[in-house]
Design a protein around this ligand. Structure first.
Ligand code: NAD
Ligand code: DAU
Length: 340
């Protein structure tokens, strides 16, 4: 039986990935290592404990001793664990450097020591920076603009260096913006969906015309699984659906799907250093045999339906520390905001 270690498996993409693995790979044992930060949630893995092939370990990827208990004998490690929210990285960058850079370094060091035969670093298209026309290829230089993307870029550089210097068998995926079930309600699509359901304002940054290429989380999970199994060691694979949308387009779609009052849409002051557009060329992942299955409008419909049907999942998450964060980020901006 294959031993698969998934760090950050209690987060949004990691938990979708773990469910997919257990569904598709009957001969796999999956160990999730997760620190359970504000973004990690055991409810994301509800029900999986009944499966004998699944094990959850609470812990930090910076903890080398703990890694020594978990990594020996692993066939592959998928590193999803990270601080992931750009806005939070602008408020406080230290935890991003710690987990995304030092945590990845610690994992690499132990992967080497225990001779794990495959290591997949889950990275992001944000490491390339913003591009107004065309799409970034895997060979393009990286130019991150936020403390989050700089930390992820630091991790990518370490992965590359460990491959080049020590021959560590590593792969990197760089995907575009994910959306779908179990995404923390602080991120754009779930924030707008849950605010719309609650009848609260939808705070659009800047002019609302920033562009992201949105990929349904299950499509990204299939791509990561494919790279994990068939990707060439030492290579980087971009992953994107090619579904570029402005934020204002998405906000209007969410209002349509939830029946929210259009006056809720509010332009607020912009995110500092806000990248205008992300876009990645995906020829390489397609050549490996991947294609996107979920068109954006269909995926968004499914996602909004999921949030409508799973209030018991997101209501507790929007309590406590979320409220504090929300007040800090939005109260002043919304007071000064203007209707579109
Ligand atoms: P998320 O914030 O939902 O989940 C991150 C998980 O990592 C949480 O469960 C958290 O508890 C855990 N974690 C944080 N610090 C840890 C530590 N020190 N040790 C162990 N666990 C820790 O993030 P996500 O959106 O699911 O993203 C997962 C990965 O995919 C990240 O590496 C992110 O950079 C990358 N990524 C995300 C997107 C996206 O659109 N969400 C796109 C491209 C790449
Ligand atoms: O591109 C991949 C990246 O996508 C991942 O690496 C990150 O982990 C993930 O968080 C995401 O980063 P973004 O900054 O693109 O996602 P976010 O959901 O924070 O914002 C999406 C867009 O929506 C962005 O242009 C900012 C805008 N936005 C966001 C929020 C939270 C708003 O206009 N209002 C908001 O309140």
């Amino acid at each position: 039986m294959k031993k698969i270690v998934v760090t950050g498996g209690a987060g949004f993409i990691g938990s979708n990935f773990v469910r997919m693995l257990l569904r598709k790979r009957s001969a796999a044992k999956v160990i999730v290592l997760d620190k359970l930060t504000y973004a990690g949630n055991l409810d994301n893995l509800a029900g999986l404990n009944k499966d004998k092939r699944f094990k959850f370990v609470k812990g930090d990827i910076c903890n080398a001793k703990l890694l020594a208990d978990i990594l020996p004998g692993a066939d592959i490690i998928y590193n999803f664990a990270a601080e992931t929210h750009v806005d939070r990285s602008i408020l406080e960058a230290g935890s991003f450097v710690k987990t995304d850079v030092v945590g990845t370094y610690t994992l690499l060091q132990k992967t080497l020591e225990y001779k794990v035969p495959r290591f997949l670093q889950v990275s992001t298209d944000e490491v390339y920076g913003s591009i107004l026309k065309g799409s970034f290829r895997e060979t393009d230089p990286i130019k991150p603009n936020s403390p989050y993307s700089a930390s992820k870029a630091g991790a990518d550089m370490l992965v590359r260096a460990f491959y080049k210097t020590y021959g560590l068998p590593a792969l990197i995926t760089r995907s575009s913006n994910n959306y779908g079930p179990f995404q923390h309600p602080e991120k754009f699509i779930p924030l707008f969906t849950t605010n719309a359901i609650e009848g609260m304002p939808l705070p659009l940054y800047g002019d609302g015309k920033n562009v992201r290429d949105w990929i349904y989380v299950e499509d990204n999970c299939r791509a990561i699984d494919l790279v994990g199994r068939k990707g060439k060691i030492g290579e980087v694979y971009n992953i994107g659906a090619g579904d570029e949308k402005t934020n204002v387009y998405i906000a209007r779609k969410i209002m349509e799907l939830t029946g929210a009052d259009p006056s809720l849409l509010t332009l607020v002051s912009d995110r500092p250093g806000h990248d205008r557009r992300y876009s990645v060329a995906t020829r390489k992942i397609k050549a490996l045999g991947w294609s996107n299955k979920t068109a954006f409008d269909e995926g968004l419909k499914k996602t909004v339906r999921w949030y409508r049907q799973n209030e018991n999942w997101w209501r507790p998450v929007r309590d406590g520390s979320f409220r504090k964060y929300y007040r800090k980020m939005y109260t002043g901006r919304l007071k000064e905001g203007r209707k579109l």
